[in-house]
Design a protein around this ligand. Structure first.
Ligand code: SAM
Length: 288
């Protein structure tokens, strides 16, 4: 009897296989196939078009690093925008910061939210938080409207899928021009920036785009033992004024009394130290 397996094709040379006990949800939306399974090792897992998005076993790694690096850096983050992130994990970490009074979350695919509300309470519980506004729409249009209405955020997090389909316009100049306009004076943007091993050309292109608009541009890495091919993954940070290492006040982290399973002050600073091949290839765009 064939085992229950989801096969993620990373490239023509690499596929990852995830075994599971039971399929809990499967729906073809207008954007992608959305599935949730009970994994044999990774806990409950969300897949979009057979690409692993979240696992209850170690989603804390990604969500700690996308949220707490910018939120402890910003002098007083009140208004945050999350584009993508339909599972809720990023917004959950954002709203742990007592200074945050509003988190807007813009997910294009209602099926992702529905699946996570039903089967991933670990990340979707945040959707009940009264500081959270959920919009089911294209982040591209949402940010354009924000620009027209002169809406400003302190931090914008791009928690998107890889640059295919609906996510591809999230990896271009026009989008980041609008993001820049929708950030307040000390604004910071952080974007899911793929892998230095498997999607390095995309990472270079995104780093160049963000550096075109932001005077301070950094890349930081983290290690995800499961579901990110190759384990090492990156975020790109664009900042109007705040330096991601020099301006980190470690006392803020300690005094926040927030507990983390991955993030800490030492790791925050160390994560911007890159392996030589990555540092050299991005040196034209990194401005720290
Ligand atoms: N942590 C995951 C990762 O690293 O790939 C991403 C989490 S979240 C599930 C990614 C979400 O981005 C998906 O649910 C997808 O529907 C959403 N998305 C893709 N393009 C979008 C767009 N243009 N506007 C809003 N959401 C979008």
């Amino acid at each position: 009897m064939s085992k229950n397996i989801v096969t993620e094709t990373v490239s023509k040379d690499l596929s990852l296989q995830y075994t599971y006990k039971k399929k809990l949800y499967s729906k073809k939306s207008n954007f992608q196939k959305v599935e949730v399974v009970e994994g044999t090792y990774y806990g409950t897992m969300l897949f979009n078009d057979n690409v692993a998005m979240v696992s209850t076993r170690d989603e804390f790694v990604y969500h700690d690093m996308i949220a707490h690096v910018p939120l402890f850096l910003h002098p007083n983050p009140k208004k945050v925008l999350v584009i993508g992130g339909g599972d809720g994990g990023t917004a959950r970490e954002v709203l742990r910061h007592s200074s945050v009074t509003l988190c807007d979350m813009v997910e294009i695919d209602e099926a992702v939210v529905e699946a996570c509300k039903k089967y991933l309470p670990q990340t979707s519980s945040v959707l009940k938080n009264d500081k959270l506004n959920l919009y089911i729409e294209d982040g591209i249009n949402f940010i354009k409207n924000c620009k027209q209405k002169k809406v400003l955020y302190d931090v914008i997090l791009i928690d998107s899928t890889d640059p295919v389909g609906a996510a591809s316009p999230l990896f271009n100049d026009d989008f980041y021009k609008n993001v820049y306009s929708c950030l307040s004076d000390n604004g910071i943007v952080v974007a899911q920036a793929e892998s230095p091993f498997y999607y390095f050309d995309m990472q270079k292109k995104l780093c160049q785009i963000i550096s075109n608009f932001f005077p301070i541009t950094g890349v930081y890495n983290y290690a995800n033992s499961t579901y990110y091919p190759g384990g090492a993954w990156s975020f790109i940070l664009g900042s109007k004024t705040v330096h991601p290492i020099k301006d980190l006040d470690s006392c803020k982290i300690k005094n926040s009394n927030l507990k983390f399973d991955y993030y800490n002050a030492e790791l925050h600073k160390a994560s911007f130290a890159l392996p030589e091949f990555q540092k050299q290839a991005l040196s034209k765009f990194i401005k720290l």
